[in-house]
Design a protein around this ligand. Structure first.
Ligand SMILES: [Zn+2]
Length: 60
């Protein structure tokens, strides 16, 4: 089973779109059983979205 530290590393890779099928599978499995990592994933997704929006705000 994936450790939380490993899962958070995979989530970062997932956001960059560089996750393999096998990694996606183990991450998905971990997220099913680990509430802490589900919350963490929600947060990094929000942060990632905010980072993508930021340059547009700065240009206006
Ligand atoms: Zn976890």
């Amino acid at each position: 089973m994936l450790a939380c530290r490993e899962a958070t590393k995979l989530m970062g890779m997932q956001i960059e779109g560089s996750l393999s099928i096998a990694d996606k599978f183990s991450l998905g499995l971990h997220l099913k059983i680990c509430k802490g990592c589900r919350n963490y994933q929600k947060q990094i997704r929000l942060i990632h979205q905010a980072c993508q929006l930021m340059p547009e705000f700065l240009l206006k």
